[in-house]
Design a protein around this ligand. Structure first.
Ligand SMILES: NC(=O)c1ccc[n+]([C@@H]2O[C@H](COP(=O)([O-])OP(=O)(O)OC[C@H]3O[C@@H](n4cnc5c(N)ncnc54)[C@H](O)[C@@H]3O)[C@@H](O)[C@H]2O)c1
Ligand SMILES: [Zn+2]
Ligand SMILES: [Zn+2]
Length: 343
């Protein structure tokens, strides 16, 4: 079968690999129908993810059909499923608390340290926990982001512990920032400020009803604009979903005293937390990799048409063109949000 791998010289290539086999009773083999490319895939190729293993098949955002299963798996052969970006055992100390990102027996494996969804077939471990059945009235494309970017938005929105009248600033209107806004809107937020240097993405946020206010830092002074909106206080909640050079600094500067600052962004460099300067501001920071354990719930929201991530798909390509897809995704943020890759 064809698989997309990465090399330590930052190149990607399609190679032939064996179709994976069941290794454990909880495994399934999934025939991928659609996948997407994630910013974290680009981070792997650039060598920025220490635990990523060279020549592993990339891809951790995908949906498909169960074609083989181990004897403990409850779902059936032929079921259409969304695959969780994290493989977690459901039984260890962290899993029992819902902190599945730190599962003692798993974590982020697919497309990182074991072969992922940018191949035609994938072995998925812990399938009773990491697969979500796609209901009849939900298409594969409708469900494509449940296991990764939508889960990240939902988790970040939850960590923000909002009141619906809070002023919430989201830095970065990429797929993660937009999914944060989508989930915050679902929670009833009515004062969302989307901040991005990219007008195309801000326009999408406005058009989809995900932003009540938008600020482009290249055109307006972010701090001044935020102070004007918030009676000189700063925002009640911040979600930093940009991960750029100056956006961590922006995140605590625009927060009011006692605010919660959620940081799903992953940085390429260390960030500075100047505690003496912010002493007395009493901020709470929450950060890390998504605990993606709410996929059943998110699938239900999609099924019941409470939320939809379809607007994120700006491009569709065939798997044969995935290398071009990676380059397009990386270099065209002014016209591309997410690519659906068809197999
Ligand atoms: N925590 C997790 O589990 C998790 C999961 C998925 C992605 N991520 C991370 O979340 C981040 C966002 O992911 P994404 O796919 O939306 O990425 P993205 O690159 O598509 O979006 C980032 C956005 O930030 C904007 N931006 C850049 N510089 C800016 C600035 N100075 N001011 C305002 N906006 C600026 C960009 O224009 C872009 O629209 C990435 O760092 C990604 O690695 C984390
Ligand atoms: Zn991802
Ligand atoms: Zn576990």
């Amino acid at each position: 079968m064809k698989s997309l791998i990465w090399n330590s010289d930052e190149t990607i290539e399609i190679v032939e690999k064996e179709i994976p086999k069941i290794l454990n009773d909880d495994d399934t083999i999934i025939k991928v129908t659609y996948s997407s490319i994630c910013t974290s895939d680009l981070h792997i190729v650039e060598g920025l993810v220490p635990k990523a293993v060279e020549k592993t098949t990339l891809g951790h955002e995908f949906v498909g059909i169960i074609v083989e299963k181990g004897k403990n798996v409850k779902l059936k052969i032929g079921d259409r499923v969304a695959v969780n970006c994290e493989s977690f055992c459901g039984k260890c100390f962290y899993c029992k608390k819902g902190y599945v990102n730190n599962c003692e027996n798993g974590g982020w494996l697919l497309g990182c340290s074991i072969d992922g969804g940018h191949g035609e077939y994938v072995r998925v471990p812990f399938s009773n926990y990491t697969l979500t059945k796609i209901p009849k009235n939900v298409t594969d494309k409708n469900a494509l982001f449940v296991g990764d970017v939508l889960s990240t938005g939902f988790w970040s929105a939850k960590l923000a512990e909002i009141d619906k009248n809070d002023f919430i600033a989201i830095i970065g209107a990429g797929p993660v920032g937009l999914c944060c806004a989508l989930c915050l809107k679902y929670f009833g937020a009515n004062k969302i400020i989307l901040i991005d240097v990219n007008d195309f993405r801000l326009d999408v946020a406005k058009k989809e009803g995900l932003a009540d206010f938008i600020i482009n830092p290249n055109k307006k002074d972010v701090i001044n604009e935020i102070l004007k909106l918030t009676k000189n206080r700063g925002v009640d909640r911040v979600i930093e979903a940009a991960g750029a050079k100056n956006t961590f600094e922006m995140s605590w500067k625009i927060a009011r005293a006692n605010a919660i600052v959620v940081v799903p962004a992953m940085y390429e460099e260390n960030q500075i937390l100047p505690l003496p300067i912010m002493y007395g501001k009493n901020l709470t920071f929450k950060t890390g990799g998504v605990d993606a354990f709410c996929c059943e719930y998110l699938m239900k929201l999609i099924k019941n048409k409470k939320i939809s991530t379809d607007f994120l798909i700006t491009n569709e390509i065939n798997f044969d063109n995935i290398i071009e897809g990676y380059h397009f995704f990386k270099n065209n943020k002014d016209k591309c949000l997410k690519i659906a890759v068809k197999y």
